[in-house]
Write a protein that binds this ligand. Sequence first.
Ligand code: ZN
Length: 413
Amino acid sequence: MQLTNEQFDLLKNEFKTLKERSPFYAKKFADIDLTDVQTQADFEKLPFSEKDDLRAAYPLGLQAVPDEEVVRIHSSSGTTGTPVIIPYTQQDVTDWAIQFARCYETAGITNKDRIQITPGYGLWTAGIGFQLGAERLGAMAIPMGPGNTEKQLQMMQDLKSTVLGATSSYALLLAEEINQRGLRDKIYLRKGVIGSERWGDKMRARISNELGVEIFDIYGLTEVYGPGIGISCSEHAGMHVWSDYVYIEIIDPKTGEVLPDGETGELVLTTLRKQGAPLIRYRTHDLTRIIPGACKCAHGDKHPRIDTLVGRTDDMFKVKGCNMFPAQVEDVIAITDGASSEYQVMIENISGRDVLTVLFETALEGDAKKRCEEELAMIFKAKIGCTPDAVGVPMGELPRSEKKTKRIFDSRY
Ligand code: ZN
């Protein structure tokens, strides 16, 4: 993806003072004169920024403005080790709101909508991003935060929420509850804005059918504003990323080489306007591709599209000499007749031998279940290259979570 003139101007403007303002980039680019960056090729020579670099700057080493300009911080949900702290200026908060409001508009949501927000608030950027966008749009935000399903369903009926903001796993949990309690006729949801963790078409279809909503995938990460830097549109063919705020590249995760549009690799983001903590060539570890060509929606080719995430570069796992991604397992589940959307992969080492077990939910029983297990194992072998033990379990058996659902359990290390 080529930098547009507009993007390059923003970047050059950012580069003028970046090293003066940011101790992080003063150090990182110590041997680089940023005024030398005049072409696409020059830009692509700049070193990447890594999550570990950001962690090493804990607590406030990323701050690139004086204290009096910082209005808040957020922190990435780091499951292990030191978190990353991102400072925001007032302008950063406004820019984030503008982007999130644009996401809602892209999804056909208006100031007449009532948006029930179930992602978490606080250090995490999720809930507050949904809220900022809703307020900017002029819609009614219903700031529930996660959990308390009883109350969620009550408010959803009483306030006649029309939009649900959620992670895919929590949206599924709510969909199942609504279904079980026969509440479908008492809810007014028409759209779902769902965090873009990797999820399969089957799960999407279930949420969409059981809630009766049109689903939009929202993209973002705390290091770069938060959710809202991109969303899918009514064409449902990839997510637009806002080109006036973020520049996107796809690289080969092993060599760091920039890949042509259309090829799958790691998404790398550069912020074009961020003040509190600008990021240059930040490696997201999300695997996707740039969809070539213009979208049929009103955005056309103004805002480029990335495809549904296929996983994380660090999610790749190797069993019996085979490399695989969770997305591939998901595809196998999706095309196996009788398998529902929920699954878990267990990898163990039993007396020096890798054992791969795929647990999946199914409504089938007896011989029909057995045939389904055999079929899944066969498709797995054909698509991925090795044969798992496939085990069907009753519907609802596998755990759901309010955050991201962990599906791969590797006990070998
Ligand atoms: Zn579009």
